[in-house]
Design a protein around this ligand. Structure first.
Ligand SMILES: Cc1ncc(CO)c(N)n1
Length: 226
């Protein structure tokens, strides 16, 4: 039988989601997202989020490039590269979508300054781009960043949700089953890397996961205008 070290039948990632449940919940069921799903969202908050997230996604491109570089150097599975390259393609599509969405809402994207929470999140991404950061740590953070949006926006697509029609495209972008499959593929990569990682790397990956959750909560708070 395959042994899975200390995490029993669950992969590491699932065990961390379980052990950090309250924080995970705060990141994935934030009032901002709940407001979209019940239709009470303040549209000025949505517009603020849109402009700030465009800045974030632009920073996310070099971060993903750094993860790709680590996969190329250290991964023992060629399919990692394909999955990450697919992610890069969707980021390119995502940036174009932001520009289109911003014009629909009359939101300015050029000359916008990143707010404090965004700056801090981008700084965190930059710290993860350093070559000394292990692939297992970087891919865990990458999985977490994508998954928070997947979980959040899929809530807004629930049959019981009252998401306003004009916000449905946003919710489908991250909440779709397709994006969900992509997040599952990332989780499998992260679990596989963590299975063979040293206890020091495992500890650092868990820390990165929790940091992502904290930054995501701060990002939603910022979008709400707090
Ligand atoms: C803040 C934030 N987290 C995660 C994602 C997912 O790509 C995003 N676009 N923005």
């Amino acid at each position: 039988m395959e042994s899975r070290s200390s995490s029993g039948d669950m992969g590491r990632i699932a065990s961390w989601v379980k052990s950090h449940r309250p924080m995970y919940h705060r990141a994935t069921q934030h009032p901002f997202v709940v407001g979209i799903s019940d239709g009470s969202v303040d549209l000025s908050a949505f517009k603020r989020w849109l402009a700030q997230d465009y800045i974030f996604v632009k920073e996310f491109v070099p971060f993903l490039a750094s993860v790709l570089l680590k996969a190329w150097k250290h991964s023992d599975d060629e399919s990692d590269m394909e999955i990450l390259l697919g992610g890069m393609t969707s980021l390119s599509d995502e940036l174009a979508w932001f520009r289109k969405e911003a014009s629909k809402w009359d939101v300015k994207l050029v000359g916008i300054a990143p707010q404090q929470a965004n700056l801090e999140y981008c700084r965190f991404l930059q710290s993860l781009m350093l070559p000394e950061v292990d692939y297992a740590v970087a891919i865990t953070a990458f999985w977490a960043i994508e998954t928070v949006y997947q979980e959040s926006f899929s809530l807004c697509l629930d049959s019981s949700s009252k998401t306003p029609e004009e916000l449905m495209e946003t919710c489908q972008r991250w909440g779709s089953a397709n994006f969900g499959h992509y997040c599952c593929s990332l989780q499998k990569i992260a679990d596989r890397c963590l299975e063979k990682a040293s206890s020091d790397i495992i500890r650092k990956a868990e820390e990165a996961f929790v940091c992502v959750l904290e930054h995501e909560v701060n990002f939603w708070n910022m979008s709400c205008g707090e």
